[in-house]
Design a binder for this molecule. Structure first.
Ligand code: GAF
Length: 408
């Protein structure tokens, strides 16, 4: 089997936007009011803790979802995607609500619905719009293609409404996108992906504190340190709406209840043993112990990773990434064969650290590697997949990129 690694490159932003505006004219017979885009993300560390008050350290990818959009006045959203062969989806805004519409249009039509419920105001939220979508965040790869779509629509609507697009304004848009995802799309996810897509800046990650939604920028000069962050899209199927994600969320909520705290963020790592003993006496105590151990140690790893990065020691974070993966695999049980294989092979071929990223159960892994080892690690991972008759993985370079914004 051929195992030459396939790299998934991001298109140049300005030309993608210009091409989409032209395609919008062909599709709808009029110019769009503008073109906006929002990126996918990888999370450096801090996985499955954004729904329990934890810290995360995501960065925006150069891979973006673009949307060309034009307001209407009849309460209808008409949306097409350059990637969806099925054609146009037409949604009446008055019909949007829990679980409706279904499919990918939920991530478009759910956004004005949620913005209206989050205090945004303007005719555009009820008048509707025509939209043409062009997605360059690999779909279903755990790299937040759905958040990128929501956030591209949100930044377009926010911009047209004249809402502030400073960090506070972006935090408000992110909140609306999470509401759309939780209620309209029916996926009970946390807020990390939307925060990353809207609030990241080129050249850095954000340290997101999900207890109060505050963000601080963390510079990430990997190239300056002779390093690169390689993303491996294992192409193993994953789904968040699926029961496993919701089950993990329910586990940590129940553990917090037993411990008498609002979230597991409240558990001091120094008191972890006592907390484990307490949850261990519940009927499913063994499972809860492992979930709590993951969350508490993971939050601590994020704080330590951010500290090292701020001290200019990116080369020293590998051990923390490794420990994160091991915890997600053994204690949180959200990894899978393809993710473990990627991580093992990357480590064996010189990665400083490697871990699954995103929700898991498939999707993508990241490997922190010396810049001159990227090709060798990608070759080795591709060869290992071929050897085990697995679908060929794809590779992306995670260059810390700019959050959502207007392109045209
Ligand atoms: C998915 C979710 F959408 C995020 O909110 C987060 O929980 C992540 O999985 C795991 O860290 O991407």
């Amino acid at each position: 089997m051929n195992s030459t690694p396939e790299f998934f490159d991001a298109p140049e932003r300005a030309s993608a936007a210009t091409a989409l505006a032209a395609a919008f004219r062909d599709a709808f017979g009029t110019d769009p009011a503008g073109v906006w885009s929002a990126p996918g993300r990888v999370n450096l560390v801090g996985e499955h803790v954004d729904y329990t008050g934890g810290l995360c350290l995501p960065l925006a990818l150069p891979h973006r979802t673009f949307v060309a959009l034009n307001p209407r006045a009849d309460g209808v959203v008409r949306v097409r995607s350059r990637q969806e062969a099925a054609g146009e989806v037409v949604v009446t805004l008055a019909d949007v609500g829990a679980g409706s519409p279904d499919g990918w249009a939920a991530y478009v039509a759910g956004v004005p619905w949620a913005m209206g419920r989050k205090g945004f105001d303007g005719d555009l939220l009820t008048g509707g719009f025509d939209a043409l979508v062009d997605g360059h965040v690999p779909y279903g790869s755990g790299l937040s293609s759905s958040a990128a779509l929501e956030c591209a629509v949100a930044v377009a609507l926010g911009d047209l409404l004249g809402a502030p697009l400073d960090d506070a304004g972006r935090a408000a848009l992110a909140g609306a996108c999470v509401l759309a995802e939780n209620v309209v799309a029916g996926a009970n996810t946390g807020g990390m992906d939307q925060a990353a897509s809207l609030r990241c800046h080129e050249g850095g990650a954000i340290l997101l504190d999900t207890r109060d939604d505050t963000v601080s920028q963390v510079a990430l000069d990997l190239a300056g340190a002779g390093l690169a962050l390689l993303v491996v899209d294992t192409r193993a199927e994953h789904s968040h709406a699926g029961g496993e994600y919701g089950q993990r969320r329910a586990d940590v909520e129940r553990a917090a209840e037993i411990l008498g705290v609002p979230t597991l963020r409240e558990v001091d790592p120094a008191d972890l043993d006592a907390a484990l003993e307490r949850v261990g006496s519940a009927p499913d105590g063994d499972v809860l112990r492992r979930r709590v151990r993951h969350a508490v140690t993971e939050i601590d790893r994020v704080a330590r990773t951010a500290e090292l990065l701020r001290a200019g020691r990116a080369g020293d974070v590998g051990g923390l990434l490794d420990a994160s993966h091991d915890s997600l695999r053994d204690d949180y049980e959200v990894s899978c064969r393809e993710l473990d294989l990627t991580v093992d092979v990357a480590r064996a071929h010189g990665a400083l650290g490697a871990r699954m990223t995103g929700g898991g159960f498939g999707g993508s892994a990241i490997a922190l590697v010396a810049a001159d080892r990227v090709g060798a690690v990608a070759d080795a991972v591709a060869a290992a997949f071929a050897e085990q008759d697995l679908r060929a993985p794809r590779f992306l370079a995670a260059l810390p990129s700019e959050g959502a914004g207007r392109d045209l």
